[in-house]
Design a protein around this ligand. Structure first.
Ligand code: CTP
Ligand code: MG
Length: 251
């Protein structure tokens, strides 16, 4: 999807990812959260990061991804018009729900195409190449319902119990992955997985877990580039530094 809009910068001239003929994917951007942990006094998707609203970075990336041919954004219900203005006419904006997965389900209802790629607006470093790569990998593996972007866990993981947090197990770290977005799915599998009561949607911390619970196979798509999530105020420092570094490298 390549268009010139107010949120697309001059960097679209950089090396194009490999073409994906016949692949049709809709990007579903979850941007309806309130950002309570960030505490910016307004919805996180609209908080200025690196000089532009947070969600603008993800919109840029999916616009430049060749595998993406449609974009749907779940917006905070009170900010739908603002998001429409910011995103432009080629983006569908729907009011989000009370939980993240409910927002995704609402946006997915407005999505067409064989594949749906869900992405959190809170991860502004995800690149067009990452979107293209994960869709290509999904298209190449008909046996899986979804692929999730992920990085190897760096810290040692321990399972603890009770109020005293007694350690009961130190599992083999090499089996653990820190899961991110984008997460790419066969759209019908994601639709079926999200067709559960809203209370169940509210317990899910990602979409793949619902697909797994519905019996779908999910694989990790390893991501080497930093793809941090803006959650707490301190995250802003790293994210803005990385965005600055990327701008410098691609200028
Ligand atoms: N999200 C959403 N709809 C919701 C809740 C979250 O679309 N009802 C989106 C957020 O906008 C964000 C992504 O899901 O892009 C990941 O959620 P998170 O980082 O938890 O963002 P918030 O829910 O906004 O933050 P907090 O939990 O601190 O309130
Ligand atoms: Mg949240």
């Amino acid at each position: 999807m390549r268009r010139s809009t107010s949120t697309t910068s001059s960097k679209s001239a950089s090396a194009p990812p490999r073409p994906l003929s016949g692949t049709r994917a809709t990007a579903v951007i979850a941007a309806a959260g309130s950002g309570s942990r960030l505490g910016a006094g307004g919805p996180k998707a609209l908080v200025p990061i690196g000089g532009r609203p947070l969600v603008a970075w993800s919109l840029d990336a999916v616009r430049r991804a060749q595998a993406i041919d449609a974009i749907v954004v779940a917006a905070p219900p009170a900010h739908v018009d603002e998001l429409r203005e910011l995103a432009g006419d080629d983006v569908a904006v729907v009011p989000g729900g009370a939980s993240r997965s409910e927002s995704v389900a609402r946006a997915l209802a407005a999505a067409a195409g064989e594949f749906a790629v869900v992405h959190d607006a809170a991860r502004p470093l995800a690149s067009p190449e990452l979107f293209d790569g994960i869709v290509a990998a999904l298209a190449e593996d008909p046996g899986v319902a979804g692929l999730v972007a992920a990085a190897p866990v760096i810290d040692t993981i321990k399972r603890c119990r009770g109020e005293e947090l007694e350690v009961v197990e130190t599992p083999d770290r090499s089996e653990f992955w820190a899961i991110q977005t984008p997460q790419a799915f066969r759209a019908d599998a994601l639709r079926a997985a999200l067709d559960v009561p809203t209370e169940r949607l509210a317990t899910a911390t990602d979409d793949a877990s619902l697909v797994e619970a519905a019996g779908g196979r999910v694989r990790v798509y390893p991501v080497a580039e930093p793809n941090p999530k803006l959650t707490r105020p301190v995250d802003r420092f790293l994210i803005e530094a990385l965005l600055r570094e990327r701008e410098t490298l691609t200028r």
